[in-house]
Design a protein around this ligand. Structure first.
Ligand code: AMP
Length: 209
């Protein structure tokens, strides 16, 4: 199954994707995780995008589209994938349509107030990208990832000024994708406000998996 996870930053797309990987046995492809890994590795791509990510703005469409096109051509993505954080603009969605056929777009719906609480408390593993939360889902040992032992840190773009910028960018550039995919008959809405287990149950229900 070829899936897109749509929704504002902090809707829980990454957390849900980690659960959905176990259910559907398809890879989770997060453009944000790919960019953060490039930054950690100080690769040419990482050096190019670091300041953009820290500010909460979007990386240019050309760079992002090339990256996803290359990733979707790999063997593990042939039977399906979960795209998390891509597409984020109409040109990205149009480009995706030229090199892959998406089966469903899951729209994780949550108001801005819920997003700010979640992102402000979010902590992320620098090594494997797993998400934690200082209230709802703490690592067993502070600062250490339960899954890989990596360092758990606060993303630069989870600080208040960048959160506001990311919400602004989401409303202006990404939210129009909801109607874009609804018009194609691909959109499924999932209420992202409840706790993770309930969101997972709703996700399974709407997708019948
Ligand atoms: P995320 O982890 O999905 O919240 O993405 C973190 C940051 O990576 C975003 O704020 C953007 O700077 C960049 N990014 C991720 N995906 C995209 C995309 N599809 N287009 C442009 N920039 C992106």
């Amino acid at each position: 199954m070829k899936l897109i996870f749509l929704g504002p930053p902090g809707a829980g797309k990454g957390t849900l994707a980690a659960k959905a990987v176990d259910i559907l046995k398809i890879p989770h492809i997060s453009t944000g995780n790919i960019f953060r890994a490039a930054i950690a590795a100080e690769s040419p791509l990482g050096l190019k995008v670091k300041a953009i990510l820290d500010s909460g703005k979007l990386v240019d469409d050309g760079t992002t589209i090339d990256l996803v096109k290359e990733r979707l051509a790999q063997a593990d993505a042939q039977k399906g994938y979960i795209l998390d954080g891509f597409p984020r603009t109409i040109p990205q969605a149009e480009a995706l349509g030229t090199f892959s056929t998406v089966d469903r777009v899951v729209n994780f719906d949550i108001p801005d107030s819920g997003v700010v609480d979640r992102l402000g408390g979010r902590r992320v593993c620098r090594k494997c990208g797993h998400n934690f939360h200082i209230i709802f889902d703490k690592p067993k040992t502070e600062g250490v990832c339960d899954h890989c032992g990596g360092e758990v840190y606060t993303r630069e773009d989870d600080r208040p000024v960048a959160i506001q910028k990311r919400l602004e960018v989401y409303r202006a550039q990404t939210a129009p994708l909801i109607e874009f995919y609804r018009n194609k008959g691909l959109l499924l809405d999932v209420d992202a406000r409840p706790a993770v287990d309930e969101v997972v149950a709703n996700f399974r229900k709407v997708l019948a998996v």
